[in-house]
Structures are given as C-alpha cells and as structure tokens.
Design a protein around this ligand. Sequence first.
Ligand code: 13P
Length: 251
Amino acid sequence: MRRTITAGNWKMNMDHVEGVSLAKDIVAGLEGRDPACEVVLIPPFTTLPAVVEAVDGSRIETGAQDLWYEEKGAFTGEISAGMILGLGCRYVLVGHSERRHVIGEGADILAKKLRAALSGDLFPIYCVGETLDERENGMATTVVTEQIRQILEGLSGDEMGRTVIAYEPVWAIGTGKTATPDDAGTMHAVIRSVLAEIFGAPVAGETPILYGGSVKPGNAAELLAMEDIDGALVGGASLDAKSFLGIVFPA
Ligand code: 13P
C-alpha cells in the first residue's frame, strides 16, 4: 500500500515562538487519534529547530522548505541536506512553484537540489504544476510531464522510491481556487503513468503523489477520495491547528 501524507508548508509564516505554539496545538490535536496518513510540518528554517523539539515523541515528521545542493562552503544564506538531516528532519521541498516563479529557480538547479536531498538521505517532495496561462492554452499535461521527466529521469528506482511528488497547479495556490477532484485526479494519473514509463509500474504504484492548491477542511475529503491522490500539501490552511487537523482527518 502506498504511503499517504498530509504536509503543512508554512512558507514564510510563523516565527519560532508562533511555530512552537502551532506545533504543540497540532500535537495535542493528534493525541489519542490515529490518522490514516503521515503528518509532516514544514516551517521556515529559523522555526524548524524549535518545531522539531516541540513534536519530539509525537508521530509528526518535519521537513525543510528548501536546500542548497553543495555539502558545505561559501554559499552565504544557504542550508545543506546534512544540516536539515542533522536536526532530525526527513523531508525537504524541491521545486515549489514559489521558488520556480517568484525566485526564478530553473531545471538545472532543481535537478541538483533533488539529487543532493537524496544523497543526503532526505525524502524530497518534488513539486510540479502548470500556470493558468499554460492550462488555458491546453499545455498543462505537457508542462507537468516535462517537469517530471526533466528532473527525475536518471534517478535509480531506489531513489525514486524515496521521492514524493506534489502536484500544485500554480493558479490554485493561495487563490482559493481548487482544481476539481476530477481534474486533479486526471493529472495525478498522468504523473503516475509518466513515472511508470520511466521507472516501471511497481515504483510508480508506490510513489505518493500529493495535491496542493487551496486545500481546506471543506474540500479535502473529495480530493483525497480520488484514486491517485495520496495526500495533501497544504499552505494557508496549515497555519491554523483546527483547519490543518480538519485535513488530516477529512470529514
Ligand atoms: P495554499 O494551500 O495556500 O493554496 O498553498 C499551497 C501550497 O503552495 C503548498 O505548498
């Protein structure tokens, strides 16, 4: 059975004081309950150590929002895979649309980051997704297929086995617009078929593919009911314990 994951990407929100309080509320909300999914919190770097400590002893996993691809050295402002793993984090986002479109990271850098995450024993969550323009021009499938092939081709089956995909249509991020379950489910099936072409059906069948883009307690259940949607990468709604828990336990 494939793993399912609900991950909260806090983006540039929650300083270390606010972050600990939110993490503790989520830990408390999970107490005595048994979620069907793995729960992952992805705070900003400066909040991360405090959150790792706050969730210690609970079932919650943590992750970082980004990494640099070198192990150490003169890379002012950057953080390595080893530093993230050293904190006790298992996950790291690679290719989030805000890094692609706001910060301008391209395929070359993302490929290096993904490989650095894997060789640093982290589980990368590799994000893909089309812009509104690309969707309206009928390019969504082509763009997402290219984002998958460009970065993931060349990985070993074992490396792909440690990689999680997140499909986040750019037009649905932070906009309140969500892909319909059918549209999201169709894209997830496309992604799985591309993975099957590259890595074979068994690896593709085991890869968790998360959906992200305005996921909320009110729409989580219908999205997560789709066969190829294996969890959610949540932005805004992960900043409040009650709404995040409403996605971890969709009604
Ligand atoms: P929102 O849930 O705020 O749309 O953000 C989604 C996202 O970008 C998660 O990585």
